[in-house]
Design a protein around this ligand. Structure first.
Ligand SMILES: [Zn+2]
Length: 230
């Protein structure tokens, strides 16, 4: 936290991560909070950890806690950025774009339904337009039965297309972008060409279409956590 303060950071969103189990792995940060040692405000999302148990985890968590639980120093922020492992999109442009199994929608839909029912904001990690397209089809189906009463975020969205930005907007969602291309641009160009790289991510289109856009570092996944580099 001191290192983040050094860079001028006073608040962060923790979008979760592999191996970060709730609630057991949050005892350290909760202890710091109890002892009034928080010098960075942290809003944390609950990230599904075990494949095959994602829906059960969210069911359990929605009984245990609620969005905004805590206070300004340490707050629960909702679900994500992993909702189900079957919807796990790669962020490494050395790898080819993943094709999800046909069962992805069946696994994602009840989780989105639950989060919408419980009014949990959520974020979903998604690099490619093809993945975002399938996620939005699930979101629209859920929204058709039970209109979204909370915000959601698509995180990353490097190759998102204009129609899918419009679909996010229609559902009341937002997009969180990072500067990963500054570190992986050459690999991206090798896979998809310079033309595609010119609009990756298509920030000006997102802004022109009026979708809320957040920019960050995604630290320390791909880049440095230093926001000034970003
Ligand atoms: Zn991510």
């Amino acid at each position: 936290m001191r290192e983040l303060n050094r860079l001028g950071i006073t608040s962060v969103i923790d979008a979760g991560g592999g191996g970060q189990n709730y609630p057991e792995n949050y005892t350290v940060i909760q202890r710091l909070h109890q002892d009034r040692q928080m010098i960075v405000r942290v809003a944390y999302n609950l990230f599904a950890q075990k494949a095959g148990e994602e829906l059960d985890s969210f069911r359990r968590w929605t009984e245990m806690t609620t969005p905004r639980a805590g206070d300004a120093q340490l707050r629960m922020n909702g679900g994500g950025e992993n909702l189900t492992w079957s919807a796990g999109d790669f962020e490494n442009f050395l790898e080819s774009r993943p094709e999800f199994a046909p069962t992805m929608e069946r696994e994602l839909e009840p989780i989105v339904e639950l989060l919408v029912e419980k009014r949990w904001p959520f974020r979903l990690h998604a690099t490619y337009d093809e993945s975002i397209h399938r996620f939005l089809t699930v979101f629209e189906r859920v929204n058709g039965c039970r209109p979204f009463a909370t915000r959601f975020i698509i995180g990353h969205a490097e190759t998102i297309s204009e129609p899918n930005i419009e679909r996010i907007k229609a559902l009341g969602g937002g997009i969180a972008i990072q500067h990963r291309m500054a570190f992986q641009g050459e690999h991206f160009v090798e896979h998809y060409g310079t033309k595609a790289a010119e609009a990756t991510p298509p920030v000006s289109k997102m802004l022109a279409l009026g979708v809320p856009v957040g920019a960050g570092t995604d630290a320390t996944r791909v880049a440095s956590y230093n926001p000034w580099v970003c």
